[in-house]
Design a protein. Structure first.
Length: 338
């Protein structure tokens, strides 16, 4: 731990440095590949949408002695073939079973089979029909909220930082978080539920907050950069990212730990359900968001400003001064050691 804090101090002072901007093409290239793969994966595997999005029948059975999927799904398959049952334990003594949309008579057959198969009372088995309309309504509202959120964030950040390029870089990083997180969900087969979407939207706020913290330091370092001759503009940006790296890592770790605890409790103690759906999307999204801020948004901002006349003039002036003083045209530190 002492070495970690010492490393953080060296990053903040500039004694050590991670080349976020110096290797911008590498980081952005990797990010581009991940985004492309994340876009292709759903086309191949699709998404594992929950019952709220595709509709179906849902059964809840309480006071059971066996919560294994094999038993519950076997009972339903014997009652109605082709129903594609999916069992989820909701506690040590309760299970939830989802199927394709069944007729009233088929639902009654399944209820009777569950009562007999689990040897429980009739009132211990409840059934519900879930139509896809509710999930479609949630999706529509989510897209609308996302568009409004991005538009407001774009304008507010442009006004706050007084440059649209920081705003654009932040939003691009935000879209990278969204796409990669969706790709992970598709590749792993994690169920997409309304609760997962709520967690996903929450992650976007964290991602934006983390980016604003880093960008604020970058703005501070690059203020009146035209007059500075010790570091180039790109090096000033890189210094700002390095100075906030440890803070970004700490913020992410502090955020992920309680989320991981909730995920553990949901999976191993309470059974799959709302807690798991929300915490899983938060867990994945928070990690992706932290990486996006450091390796996508920040380097992209430097790239967007690289061809500005003022930036090119300042970097050329620093280069000439270094050559005049017999110094190599490289930043003082180009690597980081823990």
């Amino acid at each position: 731990m002492k070495r970690f804090f010492a490393w953080g101090n060296r990053l903040h002072s500039g004694e050590s440095s991670i080349p976020f901007v110096g290797k911008a093409k590498l980081w952005l290239g990797i990010a581009g590949v991940l985004v492309l793969l994340s876009l292709l994966v759903p086309l191949i595997f699709g998404f594992n949408f929950g019952i709220a999005f595709k509709g179906g029948s849902q059964f809840q059975v309480d006071h059971v002695s066996d919560t294994s999927a094999a038993k519950g799904e076997g009972i339903v398959n014997e009652a109605v073939s082709g129903s594609e049952p999916r069992l989820t334990p909701t506690s040590d003594t309760a299970v939830q079973i989802e199927t394709n949309q069944l007729t009233d008579s088929q639902m009654q057959d399944v209820r009777d089979a569950l009562v007999g198969g689990y040897d429980v009372k009739v009132e211990d088995v409840t059934s519900t029909f879930v139509g896809p309309e509710w999930g479609q309504d949630v999706t529509s509202k989510m897209i609308r909220a996302l568009v409004i959120f991005v538009a407001i964030a774009l304008v507010v950040m442009a006004l706050y930082f007084r440059t649209w390029k920081m705003s654009v870089a932040a939003i691009v990083g935000l879209f990278a978080v969204m796409i990669v997180t969706m790709g992970i969900y598709s590749a792993t087969g994690f169920e997409v539920t309304p609760e997962a979407i709520i967690g996903f939207l929450t992650v976007l706020s964290f991602s934006l907050y983390d980016t604003v913290v880093v960008f604020d330091k970058i703005r501070e370092n690059t203020s009146r950069f035209e007059e500075k001759r010790n570091l180039k503009f790109s090096e000033l940006v890189n210094l700002g990212v390095n100075q906030t790296t440890v803070r970004s890592i700490n913020t992410s770790v502090v955020s992920v730990l309680p989320i991981a605890s909730i995920l553990f409790i949901g999976v191993f103690l309470l059974g799959a359900g709302t807690l798991v759906d929300i915490s899983l999307s938060l867990f994945i999204g928070t990690i992706v968001a932290a990486a996006s801020t450091l390796f996508v948004a920040s380097p992209l901002y430097a790239v967007l400003r690289a061809n500005e006349p003022a930036v090119k003039a300042q970097e050329e002036a620093v280069r000439e001064l270094r050559l005049k003083n017999g110094e190599a045209d490289v930043p003082p530190v180009t690597h980081a050691e823990v």
